[in-house]
Every structure is written in C-alpha cells, then in structure tokens.
Design a protein around this ligand. Structure first.
Ligand SMILES: [Zn+2]
Length: 133
C-alpha cells in the first residue's frame, strides 16, 4: 500500500524533521509551529492527536500530554516541495503553554519597538503546569 508518508522529504534535514504548522480547522487561526519526524506523523495519524518530535527533550511529544490541551487531528496538507506540513486540528482548550489560544499571541507595535499582546490568556500556566514550568 502506498502512503503519503513516503512522499514527504524527511531526507532534507539531517535529523529527518520537517516543520509542521498547526491551524485551527474551524477558525483558520495559526496555532503553533512544531517539528515532526516520520514516527511523530505516524502517531498523529494513528491516534488522532497531533504529536511532534521535541528537539530539546529528544522524544516524541503529544501536544497536551501534560496539560490535557490536545490538538485533535482533522486533516493533513503538504506544501509544493513536500518538505513542510500543514496540520488542520481542533484544539481542546488553549494551545500555548502560556494560556493563550495560539503561540502567536504577540504582535509588533507600529514602530516595531515592542510586542503587544493581541489575544486573551485562557488559563494560568502555573495552575496547569505547576510553578516549576
Ligand atoms: Zn506557545
């Protein structure tokens, strides 16, 4: 059986990772950017929860495994060069560990001197992850 997984250019980076943008399937908001290897994408498709490879911890990481704020897999798209992914998902709760609905919750002000927060935090990260997080 053929698989789209065989058509993705995992070989383009030394560590076999491709960037994966996650977009809210309903609102089309961009939620986060992560990296996937083949195992992460297989797990995502198999279990229906978006899973990445974390470079800092060097392991598979299912988004929401600590917070419960998972991203339910909806659809997978690939770019023209087969080297980056767009994952449409249904977020459960806030996506960002800061409590914001998206990781992209800050926007440069008019003169690009500073960032201003453009979304509202939905939870207190200390209550979800503990004070050490
Ligand atoms: Zn974030």
């Amino acid at each position: 059986m053929t698989s789209v997984l065989d058509q993705i250019r995992w070989d383009k980076s030394e560590d076999g990772l491709v960037p994966a943008v996650v977009q809210d399937a309903r609102t089309k908001d961009v939620l986060m950017l992560g990296f996937m290897n083949r195992a992460a994408l297989e797990k995502t498709l198999r279990e229906g929860k978006v899973t990445f490879w974390t470079r800092s911890r060097q392991r598979l990481w299912t988004k929401g495994e600590t917070s419960g704020n998972v991203l339910k897999f909806v659809a997978l798209r690939v770019n023209c060069n087969d080297d980056s992914l767009l994952v449409l998902a249904e977020p459960v709760g806030a996506t960002c560990h800061t409590g914001h609905p998206t990781c992209y919750y800050r926007e440069a002000d008019e003169d690009a001197c500073d960032w201003r927060t453009v979304t509202e935090a939905q939870f207190d990260p200390e209550q979800v992850y503990g004070k050490s997080a």
